[in-house]
Design a protein around this ligand. Structure first.
Ligand code: FAD
Length: 600
């Protein structure tokens, strides 16, 4: 094989995951030789056919900071104004959002700028940037690949498409970013789809993209200025109901193109009832008439797609044979919290660090690989577990609002700070997180919600965006903000322990408040509740001790080294009032004398 066809890294699949991986490698490891293989034509890449359009904090921070795409995103994709949730007050009465729904609205712009992305535009532009930066692009399909044991080279056979040439490639590192083609999944029997691995999640997804809608119809009567100081249309709007939820995401401002679709629990809404375009639209018309009116105003339905079983999970993501599975090639749960691209961000940064460490021949690379793999698979399981028992809860506004509040507490108190501080690249932290799995605690809370629903209870509508819901002005969505404001970006710098410990303690308040509202004094004093309080308290205190240790270890370090350097330089600052000559001429003698007099 010619050296022209040997690469440090070959990426199978040039979707969002593959392109992000390529760009991240180029920006992190100078001179690295990367190839990407994807069978689509340029026209197909730019078309609307991909799904995954709403970004949340981890994805947005990654795209802005590590991929350097913030200006590009500002100039080319709609801003996103958080996640909003709506439940009909009465089944069958869904004509207007303002009158017929209970809603949770983000009242202000989010603290971290996020975007709604048009996937065709995004992948087209990212592909062009990567090609311009030196990525070798093969327009073709991976027909076969072989993985060499240990550090032996891997080989890939490419069948050219749309005029692309056939090729035989070899590489040191092989990344599977080919999504649901499951290239490594099939070859290594690496995919899990059994009910137990998926925590019983059994959903289908169906969606349309509609062009030329009238946004006014979404907010008949106008935007609600008494509730929000931001756009309601540019939120990712969740229309909630029994056994389903629907998204509404604006993906292009010029053409007013909107993505509308949903996740449907097969036990309640079988695929046959929503798996065709007309059936999906009829479902929306009957159950969320206000949304249907907006769809009906469109000039064109651009596409319709139905996936019977989008959920899956792999067993391994990073192999000691130097192959890596990222994005949909590794796992996907449910789109409810728009997590997909954030999971890609975690996998991409982990993969790059492993490849960098391996190329630099660092001694701890295999330990890193073992724990990054365990952590990333664990994160995949966590991302799936978030939707456990959703089939029992989505239609109940009270239960679901408490559930969202709880999950926001962990997202903003743990996962977002983890990513800001790049703690997922710290082996010790990976070990601690994997070793302290909180799924049993979360499941116990989901069981409480189910019991409350079965008893016909109502614990009120809990709003994660408001500061008057839990205690002392706390609101989950700003938990990560002080880390950003103090620019604690250096890996392992920010005090994740403090944030986590606080989250555990607040969970105690949350749990007791819920028990009181849902089950009264008996709920608060039940042994089950007390056991959970003891568990949360013990861990909250234990992790707080970790925070003291962290503070001690970091006591001589500034929050941000660059700002500290600037502060040092600034100490000698005495102003720079003197202007430079811009006329190209010497100042007249008189002016020179006046300056000298003033100085004296
Ligand atoms: C219903 C639904 C809604 C979602 N909504 C969101 C959301 O709002 N926000 C979010 O962040 N995430 C969302 N996601 C998740 C998101 O779609 C994924 O995280 C993301 O698309 C994964 O990207 P990827 O690059 O891994 O896969 P893809 O984008 O599918 O890319 C895979 C690429 O591999 C190529 N390929 C396939 N076979 C081969 C082969 N043999 N050889 C070479 N190349 C090949 C394909 O052409 C394709 O370009 C959603 C997912 C679903 C199912």
């Amino acid at each position: 094989m010619s050296s022209e066809h040997h690469f440090d890294v070959v990426i199978m699949g040039g979707g969002i995951g593959g392109n992000m991986q390529a760009r991240h490698l180029l920006r992190t490891i100078p001179g690295i030789k990367v190839a990407v293989i994807d069978p689509r034509s340029d026209e197909r890449i730019a078309s609307v056919h991909k799904i995954g359009e709403s970004t949340v904090e981890i994805a947005a921070i990654f795209m802005s900071q590590e991929l350097g795409l913030v200006d590009y995103l500002l100039e080319n994709h709609p801003p996103k104004c958080g996640l909003a949730f709506h439940w009909a007050k009465e089944a069958g009465q869904t004509d207007t959002l303002a009158d017929d729904y209970f809603s949770i609205w983000p009242p202000r712009f989010p603290k971290v700028m996020t975007w709604q992305i048009h996937r065709g535009t995004f992948e087209r532009d990212l592909t062009a940037m990567n090609r311009a930066d030196g990525v070798h692009w093969f327009m073709g399909k991976v027909k076969a690949f072989e993985v060499g044991a240990g550090d032996l080279p891997n080989t890939v056979r490419v069948k050219g498409t749309h005029g692309g040439e056939d090729a035989e490639l070899s590489c040191d590192h092989l990344v599977d970013a080919a999504g649901r083609a499951w290239l490594t999944g099939k070859k290594f029997d690496n995919i899990r789809q059994d009910a137990e691995s998926l925590y019983g999640l059994n959903t289908g997804a169906a969606w349309v993209r509609v062009k030329g809608v009238d946004p006014e119809l979404f907010q008949e009567g106008g935007a609600d200025g008494e509730r929000v100081a931001t756009s309601q249309f540019y939120a990712t709007n969740h229309w909630m109901g029994e056994g389903h939820w629907l998204w509404q995401i604006p993906i292009c401002t010029e053409t007013h193109t909107v993505s509308v679709g949903g996740m449907f629990h097969h036990d309640i809404i079988p695929g046959a009832q929503v798996g065709r375009k007309e059936k999906l639209l009829d479902f929306i018309k009957a159950n969320h008439h206000a949304l249907w009116k907006m769809i009906d105003s469109a000039d064109e339905v651009v596409d319709f797609i139905y996936w019977k079983k989008p959920t899956h999970l792999c067993k391994k993501m990073f192999s000691s044979d130097n192959w890596y599975a990222i994005g949909d090639a590794a796992y996907f749960g449910d789109a409810f919290y728009s997590l997909g691209i954030s999971t890609v961000a975690i996998a991409v940064t982990s993969t790059t660090e492993l490849i960098r460490a391996k190329m630099a021949d660092e001694p701890d690379v295999e330990t890193k690989r073992e724990w990054y793999d365990k952590f990333n698979v664990y994160f995949g399981e966590t991302a799936l577990h978030l939707y456990r028992d959703h089939d029992k809860h989505t239609g109940h506004a009270s239960a679901m609002s408490w559930r969202i509040y709880l999950e926001y507490m962990w997202w903003f108190g743990m996962w977002v700070p983890m990513f800001i501080g790049r703690w997922h690249l710290d082996v010790e932290m990976c070990q601690a997180i994997v070793g302290n799995c909180e799924k049993p605690y979360l499941k116990s809370f989901y069981d409480d919600l189910t019991r409350m629903i079965e008893q016909g209870g109502n614990a009120g509508l809990m709003d994660p965006y408001r500061a008057d819901q839990l205690i002392g002005g706390y609101h989950p969505t700003t938990e990560h903000v002080h880390f950003l404001e103090d620019a604690e970006f250096a890996p392992g710098r920010l005090d994740l322990y403090a944030s986590l410990s606080k989250t555990y303690m607040l969970n105690i308040v949350f749990l007791l408040k819920f028990q009181w509202r849902a089950f009264g004094l008996l709920g608060v004093l039940s042994p089950r509740t007390l056991r959970r309080v003891a568990h949360l308290l013990r861990l909250g205190i234990w992790i707080k001790m970790g925070s003291w240790r962290h503070k001690f270890r970091q006591r001589k370090l500034p929050a941000n080294a660059k700002f500290a350097k600037q502060a040092m330089e600034f100490q000698g600052y005495a102003g720079t009032a003197e202007l430079q000559d811009w006329s190209g001429k010497e100042p007249p003698e008189g002016a020179k004398k006046a300056d000298a007099d003033a100085a004296a």
